[in-house]
Design a protein around this ligand. Sequence first.
Ligand SMILES: [Ca+2]
Ligand SMILES: [Ca+2]
Length: 149
Amino acid sequence: MHLSLHVQKLLMTVRLFVQLYTQVSLHIPTGCGYLHRPAKMAMSSILNTDDIKKALHAFAVPDSFDHKKFFEMVGLKSKSADDVKKVFTVLDADNSGFIEEEELKFVLKGFAKDGRDLTDKETKAFLKAADKDGDGKIGVDEFAALVKE
Ligand SMILES: [Ca+2]
Ligand SMILES: [Ca+2]
């Protein structure tokens, strides 16, 4: 009887430690993980917000998107390779190193929060134009090449 009481107390203590540990560790990994992730710049610190607004307005109608004209209108075409890379990092929402088809669909939201979704037709055409090696996603070099085209 005495022994089981001790065991119960011990278990309660262990449980308390586990609870404390879980609470603390929930905060620590998120904090560290955030610090180690490459910092994403705000699109507005790379490109002119008014230019973005104008470009989004120009392609407001579904299926009217033209990536060449868009890159020119937002001023990306005349940006340095470094800035183009920064823009790519913003658009690669999950930090996979590639812009996948799902990310490409929401690419305009990367430029401005109220950017519309691309239609499936637009997404596929955009991907086809950029994906030179045919792996189904856009790498940073493919993106840079497309911007300069
Ligand atoms: Ca990605
Ligand atoms: Ca590719």
